[in-house]
Write a new protein. Structure first.
Length: 259
C-alpha cells in the first residue's frame, strides 16, 4: 500500500498580523524539500495555523531542489536564508515531515541563542544529546555568526551534527524546551520509510568526510541559481516556493552525484 494520508487540515486563520499582539519579530520558516508533496499539503496549512494561533508573524519558504544532484538539506537552508528577505529577522530550519502537536512549544524569537524545538527528549526518532535537527530556531545574526551550514553534505544525514559543532565554535549555547510533558507524542512524524526511503548511500571519501568539521564553507560559498519563485496558497495558507538549482564541484565533493 501507499503512505498513510494525513487528516485534512483545518482552515487556516485569517491574517491579522497588523495587530500589536503579534509582536515585532518575523520568522522565516525554511523547509528543505524534494518530491514529498503529500507531506507538503499537510505541512503548510498546519504550520500556518499553528503559528498564527501563537501570534507569530511568519513566512513559509519551500526550498525545492530541482537539480539532478543528491539532496542537500544544508545548502537549501543556506539558500533559503539568503533569499528570505530583510523583513524576517529569525529562521526556523524545519523538516517538512514533523508537525508540532503541543501548543506550548515555543517558536518565538530566540534572542538568547539557538532554540532546538525538536529536542532529543521529545523527537519521536532521534534521542542523542547533541542532536539539533528536525526544528531549530536561530536569529539571523547567530546564523551568520556560524557562517550557515556546510555545503559538503550530499545525501541524507550528518549535516546537523556538523552544525552543532559550528554552534559551539561560535560560542553559542543551544537551548531546549522545558516543562513539556507530552514526551515522544509532542510531534507527529509524517514520513513513512517503507514508502519513501532516504538516500543514505556513502561512497568513497564520503564515509570519512561525514565526521569532519568544515571550517571554510557555508553561507560564503554556497553555489546555486533560483529557477523560479512562486507565491502559492495551500488550503488558504500562503507560502513561497523557491525552485533551486544547486551546483556541485565534483572535484571537491564527488559524492554529490548518483553515479
Amino acid at each position: 500500500g501507499g503512505p498513510r494520508q494525513p487528516c485534512p487540515p483545518q482552515a487556516p486563520l485569517p491574517p491579522a498580523e497588523d495587530e500589536p499582539s503579534w509582536g515585532p519579530h518575523r520568522l522565516a520558516l525554511l523547509v528543505p524539500f524534494r518530491e514529498r508533496f503529500e507531506e507538503l499539503l499537510a505541512f503548510v496549512p498546519y504550520m500556518h495555523r499553528f503559528l498564527s494561533e501563537k501570534r507569530i508573524r511568519h513566512h513559509i519558504f519551500i526550498l525545492n531542489q530541482v537539480d539532478h544532484f543528491r539532496f542537500n538539506r544544508a545548502s537549501l537552508i543556506n539558500v533559503g536564508f539568503l533569499e528570505s528577505g530583510n523583513d524576517t529577522d529569525y529562521i526556523a530550519m524545519h523538516d517538512v515531515d514533523l508537525l508540532p502537536l503541543n501548543e506550548q512549544l515555543d517558536y518565538g524569537f530566540p534572542e538568547a541563542g539557538p532554540f532546538h524545538v525538536a529536542s532529543p527528549e521529545l523527537h519521536p526518532l532521534y534521542h542523542y544529546k547533541t542532536y539539533v535537527g528536525g526544528i531549530l530556531l536561530l536569529t539571523k545574526q547567530h546564523y551568520e555568526l556560524c557562517n550557515g551550514m556546510s555545503n559538503r553534505f550530499w545525501g541524507w544525514g550528518r549535516e546537523d551534527d556538523e552544525f552543532y559543532r559550528r554552534i559551539k565554535g561560535a560560542g553559542l549555547q543551544v537551548r531546549r524546551p522545558s516543562g513539556i510533558t507530552t514526551g515522544y507524542e509532542t510531534f507527529q512524524h509524517l514520513h513513512d520509510p517503507a514508502w519513501r526511503k532516504r538516500d543514505q548511500k556513502r561512497i568513497a571519501a564520503q564515509k570519512q568526510e561525514q565526521f569532519k568539521v568544515d571550517r571554510e564553507g557555508g553561507l560564503n560559498n554556497v553555489r546555486y541559481r533560483i529557477e523560479s519563485r512562486t507565491a502559492l496558497s495551500v488550503a488558504g495558507a500562503p507560502c513561497t516556493v523557491l525552485n533551486i538549482l544547486l551546483d556541485c564541484d565534483t572535484n571537491e565533493t564527488p559524492w554529490c552525484t548518483f553515479g
